[in-house]
Design a protein around this ligand. Structure first.
Ligand SMILES: *[C@@H]1O[C@H](CO)[C@@H](O)[C@H](O)[C@H]1NC(C)=O
Ligand SMILES: *[C@@H]1O[C@H](CO)[C@@H](O)[C@H](O)[C@H]1NC(C)=O
Length: 212
């Protein structure tokens, strides 16, 4: 009975954690995905990396350095302008120098459409603080032409956090091992699917699953 309840909870957690791949959810609950770390502002007014090729289901973690930064999404044609249903992390001003802000914005990629991203703080976008995920191949839509257009653009700040979740930066890596690395990935997937107060609940349920 107790086992069944836990299993039901586990399935609920899996359903929340994985809304794109129910086939693999029946066995492990976790689709095969990659995790990418993107540094925002660690190298002056830049994203690092500035271009990234990633697949649906992959997890992108944005880490913020050196003062006030954010990540927001525009179309290619309108750099620095928040687009409808574009991602937005909110602003992070807690990082200084090599120390990153205590918060991370994590976003799960759902498709392979190009995503043009910029920093919505101050005039950062106009100064060239942009990046592209899955740049269109064989197109004249390049990051450098996006940045060129950004120079004369108006910056439009998105209204609210969208398309991902803000969470505390994971502390310490000394216990890293194959199994804890995959555990990190699991909670990462749950974190991205979960919203607001669901976060703690899902984290707890995933914890229970791993104990079984
Ligand atoms: C960060 O930048 C945004 C937009 O420019 C601004 O509204 C906000 O007040 C800034 N935050 C800090 C702490 O400077
Ligand atoms: C991907 O889809 C999930 C579930 O609908 C959503 O929570 C997430 O914000 C989406 N990711 C992006 C980048 O929009």
């Amino acid at each position: 009975m107790r086992y069944q309840m836990l299993t039901t909870a586990a399935l609920a957690a899996v359903a929340l954690a994985d809304d794109s791949s129910s086939a693999s959810a029946t066995t492990t609950g976790i689709p095969a995905t990659s995790t990418y770390d993107i540094k925002v502002g660690s190298d002056n007014l830049k994203f690092d990396p500035e271009t990234l090729t990633a697949s649906p289901g992959d997890l992108l973690n944005f880490h913020f350095y050196n003062g006030n930064h954010s990540v927001a999404q525009s179309s290619y044609d309108s750099p620095c302008q928040a687009q409808d249903n574009g991602i937005f992390s909110g602003f992070f001003a807690g990082g200084s120098g090599k120390d990153e802000d205590s918060k991370v914005f994590s976003m799960r990629l759902n498709d392979t459409n190009p995503m043009w991203l910029y920093c919505a703080a101050g005039e950062h976008c106009k100064a060239g603080m942009g990046m592209v995920i899955n740049a269109p191949s064989g197109s004249d839509q390049t990051l450098s032409s996006y940045k060129d257009k950004a120079k004369s653009a108006d910056v439009k700040v998105p209204s609210s956090v969208y398309g991902g979740v803000v969470h505390d930066k994971p502390q310490g890596t000394t216990t890293a091992s194959a199994s804890s690395a995959s555990a990190t990935k699991k909670s990462g997937a749950a974190v991205v699917a979960a919203r607001g107060s669901m976060l703690g609940l899902v984290g707890g349920l995933v914890g229970v699953v791993m104990l079984l």
